[in-house]
Design a binder for this molecule. Structure first.
Ligand SMILES: Nc1ncnc2c1ncn2[C@@H]1O[C@H](COP(=O)(O)OP(=O)(O)OP(=O)(O)O)[C@@H](O)[C@H]1O
Ligand SMILES: [Mg+2]
Length: 207
């Protein structure tokens, strides 16, 4: 079986596997997932510790999350893809427009001060704002791989900044999460994702 994604550039995966080419030549997909899991856990602790009033949830920050988290493993960490990609019926942003579309999303986020002043909003209002930008990033799908994990990390840091804990996705199922993502990508409808985020947001005041 080739990769689960349909790529218009297939040299990304090790031949005949679902494993992306990597710096330490791991072929086994269980092994690579385990390593990715360790790297993302470490990233949560590193980026949590680095959060302060000056943190800007801008495009540089978003790309740095990906680069710094996965650089030990992948050459392409932090790099945007330049080829087209789709999954099931969902076609993500065309490769040629990833950079310009990303800029538009982060320009809109800047207009909202990177959602840094949301402490006075209700959890519902905050969830709606996160869901909007999250759906935009899901439809963008800017990296070759690991978009889901980095996008969750990004909004988790934003949630903490605003006095919440990390979004608890255990209130949903992987199937419902994908369903919500499909609605984002194919219908620009973020209502399902908004509910998932609303259900997973808990005040914590730990920052
Ligand atoms: N059929 C689909 N239609 C639209 N979006 C999808 C579809 N399948 C997956 N996605 C989105 O793509 C993300 C997966 O992207 P990718 O594989 O690059 O990252 P990941 O970190 O491995 O993801 P995850 O941990 O969420 O499975 C999912 O989190 C989801 O938001
Ligand atoms: Mg993946």
């Amino acid at each position: 079986m080739a990769s689960k994604y349909h790529l218009e550039n297939s040299s990304f995966y090790i031949d005949g596997t679902d494993t992306p080419c990597n710096k330490i030549n791991i072929i086994n997909s269980i092994e690579i997932h385990e390593l990715e899991k360790e790297l993302i856990e470490e990233a949560y602790s590193v980026f949590y510790d680095e959060l302060d009033e000056n943190t800007l949830f801008d495009e540089i920050y978003f790309r740095e999350l990906h680069r710094r988290t996965f650089e030990p493993l992948y050459e392409w960490a932090g790099k945007y893809r330049d080829f087209n990609m789709f999954k099931g019926e969902s076609r993500f942003c065309q490769g040629a427009y990833v950079s310009s579309e990303s800029q538009k999303i982060f320009d809109a986020l800047r207009v909202e001060n990177y959602l840094k002043n949301c402490e006075t909003l209700s959890a519902e209002e905050f969830a709606a704002k996160i869901a909007y930008f999250k759906c935009e990033l899901i439809a963008l799908h800017p990296f070759y791989e690991l978009n889901g994990r980095i996008t969750r990390l990004f909004f988790d840091m934003m949630a903490v900044f605003n006095g919440y804990g990390y979004v608890d996705y255990s209130t949903t199922t992987p199937e419902k999460y994908i369903e919500a993502s499909i609605e984002c990508v194919q219908f620009a409808d973020c209502q399902k994702m908004e509910k998932i985020i609303r259900d997973g947001l808990k005040k914590e005041n730990n920052f």
